[in-house]
Design a binder for this molecule. Sequence first.
Ligand code: NAG
Ligand code: NAG
Ligand code: NAG
Ligand code: NAG
Length: 353
Amino acid sequence: MRSGNIGLAAAALVSALWASPIEANKLVPGSTADLDALEPYGGKDASILRHPADWSRDVYPLQVHSHNDYWRDSPVYEALAHGVMSVESDVWLNPDDGELYVGHDPFSLSVERTFHSITLDPLKKAIDQANAANHLVSSSNKESSFFANLQKQQVTNLNKSTTQYAGYFSGGVGLAAPIQLLVDLKTEGNSTYKKVVEDLEPLRKAGYLTRYEAGKVIPGPLFIIGTGNSPAAEIAAATSRAIFLDCPLGDALTKGLDAPDGTHYEYNKTLCGIASTDFESLVPGFTGANEATDAQRQNLTAAIDAAHKLGIKTRLWDTPQWPVYARDNINKLLFSLGSDWINADDLDAIQKF
Ligand SMILES: *[C@@H]1O[C@H](CO)[C@@H](O)[C@H](O)[C@H]1NC(C)=O
Ligand SMILES: *[C@@H]1O[C@H](CO)[C@@H](O)[C@H](O)[C@H]1NC(C)=O
Ligand SMILES: *[C@@H]1O[C@H](CO)[C@@H](O)[C@H](O)[C@H]1NC(C)=O
Ligand SMILES: *[C@@H]1O[C@H](CO)[C@@H](O)[C@H](O)[C@H]1NC(C)=O
């Protein structure tokens, strides 16, 4: 039984990350060649690595959305090491060089912290790692070609129309639980969106992105959702895309979307990766200090159930974070009402929740 090791392995990953955040890069080497630096090949971190495709298996995946990611030294790896399945990046298009930078506001940006370096490169490395021995993805690895025949049989027995990739939180090839990335566009929607799509291109080319094509959703190990100033009408109108929309939760969800050109779009599960709203808008003034009233529960239930009826997952943001007992009361309430993604700033606390 592996389950007894879950806590230990997660704790080892987490303490390795906290002890020295830069070292986190070592946990997800860019290629199997990098493994030479790691145990059992030589380095100190690798007792937790085992097989390249296995190292995340003792981390229990959580339906948790890691918010305020830019506050962490190594946002993607710290979230993944905690089992967090959903991360977020606030992106700013700098008119001076046309690049996207990640940060809370324009005063907390730095030239090193680009969308590539902070978000996309670590995500790509994590999925590369999960597929290091997968001959369908990487033929350069000698294990993957040596075992190619066995792998082919496995994929035939699985379902070819589903993904041929292993997800980071994976039960193996074809059983991917995708990592979700919310990209919050902070600057003008049309131009920022164009650059986001351009920056996602290496991941799309690698086949890693869940995509929408000819009316169908084709799963991949990464699931990208546009929020903030994302041009909703452009996303709704696209017949082929690798990005989904953060749709409004509450009354606006059933009303649908009226585009500037007059076209009306319904919200549905092929368009909306998630539906979300701020907690305050559904239950004004509710702090979580006391039990929710029936009327408050009713407001939350109505919004959550309406989204679920459309097959869309839900998230409430800006839930009160303090006092801790009130935060936990609210998370318990939302979990019991069936809301899908629990928001978290404190990853250690949510893992123990
Ligand atoms: C394969 O997956 C698709 C999409 O999830 C599903 O519709 C189909 O029924 C599956 N086929 C088999 C043989 O499992
Ligand atoms: C963005 O594009 C849409 C349609 O393509 C257009 O209606 C809208 O005016 C554009 N917005 C800006 C700020 O350029
Ligand atoms: C989902 O909504 C989009 C936008 O309104 C629409 O183009 C698409 O056909 C809808 N899909 C289904 C299955 O209804
Ligand atoms: C329920 O939601 C409505 C807005 O839709 C709001 O006016 C009302 O105050 C909410 N009720 C409670 C108890 O929070």
